[in-house]
Design a protein around this ligand. Sequence first.
Ligand code: PGA
Length: 257
Amino acid sequence: MRKKIVAANWKMHLSFAEAMALTDAFLHGLDDSGGLEVLIAPPFPYIHEVLNGIQRHPLISVAAQNCSEHNNGAYTGEVSAYMLASVGVEFVITGHSERRKYYGDIPEVISRKVDRILEHRMSPLFCCGETLEDRNSGKHFDVITGQIRNSLGHLSVENMKSVVIAYEPVWAIGTGINATTKQAGEMHRFIRNLLSEIFSDDVSSGTSILYGGSLKPDNATELFSCEDIDGGLVGGSSLRATEFLTICRAMETACSR
Ligand code: PGA
């Protein structure tokens, strides 16, 4: 049975007080999150306090939004996987389209980040997604294939068991335009087949593949009804407790079916 995960990517939002209030609201709203794993990805300065806050909750873990491709050393401003693991972080987002676009996270860099994350026994939450231009020119499957092969293709089957994938079409992130259930379902199935081709049938059937991109309370139920969608990576709606909790409940309902 694949893990069902809903992750809150807070990006570069919220003051410390707001972040802690939101953490509290998640804690209180998720008492009965049967079978669902919830991740909170706060900005770096809040990670430690969010970790303290969630100690009381067995189903919530913390994800970092990024890490360095290097181990420790003279890299001013960077945060290493070693540091994140040492405070109790369990997941690290990597390959997010905003990092690819603004911070030079090319496939080779992402691949090194994936290695660092795994070396420190955390799970990479690896994002992939095509631009609108890619989709309109019919290249979306090739783009996703390239992103997965270039950044994950070198991993062993054993290491792949720690990887979670998020399919996030770039044109759907923060735009209010989500992929349709048909588009998302088709891509998730494609990714699953690709995992089987590159790694093994076990990796293919065991890897959680989340959908991200304008996931909201009013589209979550339909997207989560899709067999190959194992949860969501939520940006905007994760900044509002009621919206995020509604999305989590939609996934719980989908799990119980
Ligand atoms: P969004 O962001 O939900 O605001 O579209 C998703 C993401 O970037 O992870």
